[in-house]
Design a protein around this ligand. Structure first.
Ligand code: GCO
Length: 442
């Protein structure tokens, strides 16, 4: 069997470094009947939106199988489990707690505690209650206040069962993919929507941070951002400039306001109709101190200049994972060291990293060599960043198990555990066994 290794003196081999696995509510839970509808239910029900026409009604049936799934996590020997709370499961339409839904998570959190597994809770991993979308969703400023109310009520319920709270997961995806490109729920399309939605998401983050720091001061409170570093196709001034614009538009748009309290300068080049609606005091709310920053990394993107659209993304180079994303680990190290130079970073956790592979169970085993190689090269990339002085405290594999991969449905498998969606049987893949070895051998 292959094992994952790190240099002998690596900081990632000390017990202070946290290893975990990650999931998200809509992607694994199912249990559709016992919660309110969310924007992903609606999106899945819209023909042509999901590659295999699937939905989240059952998913990995984690709603019923959570106990065995926690045993599975425990069997991997990881220190932590990153999960998300389904807002439509724990809140009612009138902004009160739904105790039955809260209890579902209390049971999970208590079980994790009993096994000494730290809970890293994400409050928003894209499953906005549909009734809030009906009032404009993230284009409606009020949604930010609804989110802060939910954050406050839920953290009061969870008390000290939670080690860490992330307000949002990847606001880029919610805002850009959901309200500008329209390939994620709620599927709105238009440049006039993306940055407005992003601003309300970031405001929601800031308002919720206030609540978390007040009502859950002992947990590590922060946000999870994703980065797809932008590379220029060549050294020509115009292409370099285009790639920088893309980097600001997709990446710095989220970290800069959160850490520095301002949007990238390109905001001034944008037509007013596309600019965010910023009210006095917003940027201070958005940029308050974080206990940690979660960074998700999968791949890079290559750009060239384009007359009409400023930049154009070029097709991903090989080698690629099963979802078509280039495998390019050096971009991970560069991203982390660049961010560390450009920003005053709080402690960093790698909250997601992983690969889609077209896996098969053969004789009861899944030999996912490509994913194993991906993890090896990306763990090394993180180690190099730490060696260069980036303050990284943990690493989470995305994902614990195969699950609903959004617009791709169930066809793309990111798990270190294989899920047979017919029988709901779980099989730890070779990469999962290797990860377990790495974590156990520290
Ligand atoms: C993400 C998402 C995951 C995806 C993963 C692979 O935060 O982007 O957390 O839900 O499944 O990134 O696309």
């Amino acid at each position: 069997m292959s094992i994952l290794t790190l240099p002998k003196n690596s900081k990632m081999l000390t017990k202070d470094f946290t290893y975990g696995v990650a999931t998200a509510s809509f992607q694994i839970e199912g249990g559709r009947d016992s919660r309110l509808p969310c924007i992903w239910d609606t999106f899945c029900a819209t023909p042509g939106k999901i590659e295999d026409n699937s939905n989240g009604d059952v998913a990995c049936d984690h709603f019923n199988l959570w106990q065995q799934d926690i045993d599975l996590i425990d069997s991997l020997n990881v220190d932590a489990y990153r999960l998300s709370i389904s807002w439509p499961r724990v809140m009612t339409v009138d902004g009160k707690l739904n105790q039955e839904g809260v209890n579902f998570y209390l049971n999970i959190l208590n079980a994790l505690k009993a096994k000494n597994i730290k809970a890293f809770v994400t409050l928003y991993h894209w499953d906005l209650p549909q009734h809030l979308e009906d009032q404009g969703g993230w284009l409606n400023r009020q949604t930010a206040y609804e989110f802060a109310n939910y954050a406050k009520l839920i953290c009061q319920q969870f008390g000290d069962l939670v080690h860490s709270y992330a307000t949002l997961n990847e606001p880029f995806c919610s805002a850009y993919l959901g309200y500008e490109a329209g390939i994620h729920a709620p599927g709105k399309v238009g440049k006039e929507y993306g940055k407005k939605a992003a601003h309300h998401l970031l405001l929601a983050h800031g308002l919720a941070m206030n609540e978390l720091q007040t009502y859950s001061p002992n947990s590590l409170n922060g946000i999870v951002l994703n980065f797809t570093p932008a590379y220029s196709v060549d050294d020509s001034a115009e292409n370099v400039k285009a790639a920088q614009y893309a980097d600001d538009y997709f990446n710095h748009w989220y970290i800069k306001p959160v850490i520095d309290g301002s949007y990238p300068d390109i905001v001034e080049q944008m037509p007013t109709s596309q600019q965010p609606d910023i009210q006095p005091g917003d940027m201070e709310i958005i940029s308050q101190n974080l206990d940690f920053l979660g960074i998700n990394f999968y791949t890079r993107a290559i750009y060239k200049a384009c007359k009409d659209e400023i930049f154009e993304e070029l097709p991903a180079l090989a080698p690629r994972t099963d979802i078509g994303w280039e495998i390019y680990p050096s971009a991970f190290t560069k991203l982390l060291t660049d961010l560390n130079k450009q920003y005053q970073l709080p402690p960093v956790y790698i909250t997601e990293n992983g690969a889609a592979v077209n896996d098969h169970v053969v004789d009861g085993a899944v030999d996912d060599e490509m994913r194993y190689n991906y993890y090896q090269s990306h763990l090394n990339a993180v180690d190099s960043a730490i060696e260069s002085g980036v303050d990284i405290h943990g690493y989470f594999a995305w994902s614990l198990m195969d699950n609903f991969e959004w617009a791709e449905g169930y066809k793309k498998r990111f798990g270190i555990v294989y899920v047979d969606y017919q029988s709901q049987a779980r099989t730890i893949k070779a990469s999962g066994l290797a990860y377990k070895q790495l974590v156990s051998n520290r």
